[in-house]
Design a protein around this ligand. Structure first.
Ligand SMILES: O=c1[nH]cnc2c1ncn2[C@H]1C[C@H](O)[C@@H](CO)O1
Ligand SMILES: [Zn+2]
Length: 368
């Protein structure tokens, strides 16, 4: 591409969006493996239950199985990725490749989450699981830096909401808070497992001035969101898409209920994941995703991938889907990116630096 073609507004296509400096807050390490890596790690560790043995067919299997219309069935596919992430080599490789894939897609800041308690089958301790994963992130950051680009990747530790280890995982997150773990989360099946089951873990985080997000308002509605913010004190909402249930759209102007008003007034970030929400049946289709209304009402919306393997997606693709569905321009994508960066769990000064020195200049080139 000649220098002239990089002057003036760039077309809003996948190639240009890939060049935009993007920030990602909600991405599961165990939902983003390369299909070829799953096959290679399965061979190395003797896992023989993969549903396909070539990378293309395996990728298709994940995407199709994840389009299930049900969070519970969507989550069943993780049995295969978690199975090959039990060894130091497996964890480190998956983490390194995650960083490389995100950097190739133009992501400059990412918070990657996973549940250490699911990676103990080969005898690693919780601390070892985190250490090997962080080592992979560091390797990935170095490889990206060696190729002349930069990406900052930090980690959130997730506890599974059906299990009973959340306090232990919160303590683990705090032990690693100076080594790249910036927060805590709960995930897994939502219906029947309210956030308040894990109140002691959230209280422990709050007592230690630490940050957390909660998957809420995805497969279950407003009560889950209400608990997450009112009882547990979540800093952000993982998905939170069902906040739409508290917005009355029958009149000429949308009217917000108490929970929706609270979320908007307190600028509680919504980690929206468009493709994933369609796959799990949280929304009917991308065109009907509440993203557009929530953005228009000035909720603090952010764009996320959730699980790149399951959705066969990337940050750039999620943005392109929104551009296609709702006609967004560069300044909208920049606003969503700044929303994400403002909501990140790294210190304020580091967030500002990324906004002022990386995100704004990067978008300025594309806006032209
Ligand atoms: O979208 C999700 N909702 C709830 N739980 C999820 C979602 N995506 C992944 N998970 C679960 C499955 C993973 O094994 C776990 C940790 O990353 O988090
Ligand atoms: Zn998620």
């Amino acid at each position: 591409m000649g220098a002239d073609s990089l002057r003036g507004p760039q077309p809003l296509d996948l190639a240009s969006i890939r060049r935009a400096p993007k920030a990602l807050l909600h991405d599961h390490l165990d939902g983003g493996l390369r299909p070829a890596t799953i096959i290679s790690l399965a061979e190395a560790c003797g896992y023989d239950k993969l549903p396909a043995d070539d990378a293309v067919a395996l990728g298709t299997w994940f995407r199709e199985s994840a389009y299930s219309g049900s969070l519970v069935r969507y989550l069943e596919t993780f049995a295969h990725t978690v199975a090959v992430m039990q060894t130091p080599e497996g964890l480190t490789r998956v983490a390194r490749e995650c960083v490389e894939d995100l950097a190739d897609d133009g992501v400059v800041y990412a918070e990657i989450r996973f549940a250490p308690e699911q990676h103990l089958e080969a005898g690693l301790s919780l601390d070892e699981v985190v250490e090997h994963t962080l080592a992979g992130f560091a390797e990935g950051e170095s490889a990206v830096a060696a190729s002349g680009r930069t990406i900052r990747v930090v980690c959130l530790l997730t506890a599974m909401r059906h299990a009973a280890r959340s306090l232990e995982i919160a303590e683990l997150a705090l032990r690693f808070r100076d080594r790249g773990v910036v927060g805590f989360d709960i995930a897994g099946a939502e219906a029947g497992y309210p956030p308040s089951r894990h109140l002691d873990a959230f209280e422990h985080m709050r007592a230690n001035n630490a940050r957390f997000t909660i998957h809420a308002g995805e497969a279950f509605g407003l009560p889950s969101i209400h608990e997450a913010i009112a009882f547990c004190g979540a800093d952000r909402l993982g998905h939170g898409v069902r906040i739409i249930d508290d917005i009355d759209r029958t009149g000429s102007e949308p009217t917000l209920g108490l929970v929706a008003n609270y979320v908007r007034d307190k600028r509680i970030p919504l980690e929206l994941c468009p493709t994933s929400n369609v796959q799990t049946g949280a929304v009917e289709s991308l065109a009907e995703h509440p993203f557009a209304l929530l953005a228009e009402l000035r909720f603090r919306v952010t764009v996320n991938t959730d699980n790149r393997l399951l959705g066969d997606t990337t940050m750039s693709n999620e943005m392109l889907e929104l551009v296609t569905a709702f006609g967004y321009g560069w300044s909208d994508l920049e606003r969503f990116t700044i929303n994400a960066m403002k909501s990140a769990f790294i210190p304020f000064s580091e967030r500002l630096r990324l906004i002022d020195h990386v995100i704004k200049p990067g978008f300025a080139v594309l806006i032209g």
